[in-house]
Ligand binder design. Structure first.
Ligand code: GDP
Ligand code: IMO
Ligand code: MG
Length: 434
């Protein structure tokens, strides 16, 4: 039952899309198990750039099954737009499957997301305003509409009639832009989705487990990152789903004893989009330079990502929670032009040193990073020979940076990424499925 999982080890945008795409060449199935189109995963194949949000990265390769699992929330309108884009680029939808238990993002969720953010004022989370939080609220509140409901008219009618009036009241109370639809319009909208996506909806847990029984290779593609996890992240500055590897079990319908290898995708520095504390955050010119060099602008919202040095307290938190068996260290090339590169190894909080990421937001805000300053590989820029010759051709300083991370976390850095393209990848392990 070979399977791999790729999980973001920071606040998202670590390069999960690229690493998933690299590894899914040899996979049979790629599964998204949480989140929705708040995610933005970039895949670069030569001159083609795919920016995926709700679709699993496996959709880009021919002959793969691409599964949207039960733990996700799906905005069907935006998924259909994405489907148009990828089909225009030559991708096939033959392998697409959507869990009948996945929840739907309805227009009112988007409106509520925006207005709740406005309501929070100074305390806003900086969400993507895609309606993700409100859709998960409905799931937990046990009033959500699921993809499988699209296949049953009476259920759709009943849920439309009970949900819409309530949401309209809520929207009026928050003084948000009205929904602009009545129950019949909403029902017809959902029926329209039934016609367009009904054929992809099935019990994906049965499908994934049968695939595992039959020795097919399954790759679980995480969205966001461990620090945005609803339980373990920088709450309340988090997303509304379980982004850690535990989310695979609930979000794909796969038992814990079936999960094999978990790859932590770790950017060589740190970024985060939206609000919330970031202990190693840079400011001024230093921040601007790193943001520019790394192209750190959100794929989903276009917002500039806040940038900082690598934080190993964060990486320890993520690896303990997710059980990383390997690391994929990405974007090392972005650090090419530094004489020295600080790496955070602990926090000083109220004159006490800690190596563990605290729960309290006020403590995190008071935390001062303790840095180990590493020598940079300033001026090196020979990606081409590394791609040909492998790890040994990397500059010594970069190898020491990588080894320092490996030793701190006690996890091998089996994948090294030194450019956005599929081919700019050093694979130190090779056979991932044994
Ligand atoms: P994801 O959300 O984790 O899939 O990451 P994003 O796609 O949102 O952001 C990562 C960005 O970095 C994308 O533009 C990728 O094309 C790019 N990228 C990924 N790996 C590398 C790398 O090793 N070097 C460079 N320079 N860019 C990379
Ligand atoms: P990928 O998969 C980076 C952030 C938002 C906000 C918080 C809550 O591309 O790594 P939400 O809309 O989810 O309620 O917003 O989470 N966020 C992400 N940040 N990468 C992502 O996805 C993100 N998805 C959500 O910016 O701070
Ligand atoms: Mg992203």
């Amino acid at each position: 039952m070979p399977n791999l999982a790729i999980i973001g080890a920071q606040w998202g945008d670590e390069g999960k899309g690229k690493i998933t795409d690299y590894l899914d060449e040899s996979a049979d199935i790629v599964v998204r198990f949480q989140g929705g189109n708040n995610a933005g995963h970039t895949i670069v194949v030569g001159d083609n750039i795919f920016k995926l949000h709700g679709l699993p990265s496996g959709i880009v390769r021919k002959g793969k099954l691409a599964v949207i699992g039960n733990g996700t929330v799906v905005n069907m309108d935006e998924l259909l737009e994405e489907i148009n884009q990828v089909t225009e680029a030559g991708c096939s939808l033959e392998g697409l499957r959507i869990s009948d238990r996945a929840h739907l993002v309805i227009n009112y969720h988007k409106k509520l997301d925006g207005s709740e953010e406005g309501y929070r004022g100074q305390k806003s989370i900086g969400t993507t305003k895609k309606g993700i939080g409100p859709a998960y609220q409905d799931k937990i509140k046990r009033v959500g509409i699921r993809a499988g409901d699209l296949l049953e008219d009476d259920v759709l009618r009943e849920k439309t009639n009970s949900n819409l009036p309530y949401k309209k009241n809520l929207i009026a109370m928050l003084k948000a832009e009205p929904c602009g639809c009545d129950e019949d319009m909403m029902f017809n909208k959902l029926k329209g989705w039934q016609e367009k996506v009904g054929k992809y909806i099935c019990d994906t847990s049965v499908m994934i487990n049968e695939a595992l029984d039959n020795g097919m290779k399954v790759l679980f593609e995480g969205a966001q990152g461990a620090m945005l996890d609803i339980d373990h992240g920088t709450y309340p500055y988090v997303t509304s789903s379980s982004t850690c590897s535990g989310g695979i079990c609930t979000g794909a319908g796969v038992a814990p004893n079936r999960i094999e290898k978990v790859i932590g995708c770790l950017k060589a520095y740190t970024t985060r989009v939206g609000e919330g504390p970031l202990v190693t955050e840079l400011s001024g010119n230093e921040a601007d330079a790193l943001q520019k060099k790394g192209g750190e602008f959100g794929v989903t919202t276009g917002r500039g990502r806040r940038c900082g040095w690598l934080d190993l307290v964060v990486a320890e938190h993520a690896s303990r929670l997710c059980g990383f068996s390997s690391l994929a260290i990405t974007k090392l090339d972005v650090l090419n032009d530094y004489e020295e590169i600080p790496v955070c190894t602990a926090y000083m909080i109220d004159d006490k040193e800690t190596k563990y990421f605290p729960a309290s937001i006020s403590k995190i805000k008071r935390a001062k990073p303790v840095y180990k300053v590493m020598k940079g590989w300033n001026g090196w820029n020979d990606t081409y020979s590394v791609v040909r010759e492998g790890y040994d051709a990397l500059p010594d300083e970069m190898k020491r940076y990588i080894e320092f991370i490996e030793q701190y976390l006690n996890i091998p850095a089996d994948i090294i990424s030194i450019g956005p393209d599929r081919k700019d990848t050093i694979d130190r392990k090779g056979d991932w499925w044994n």
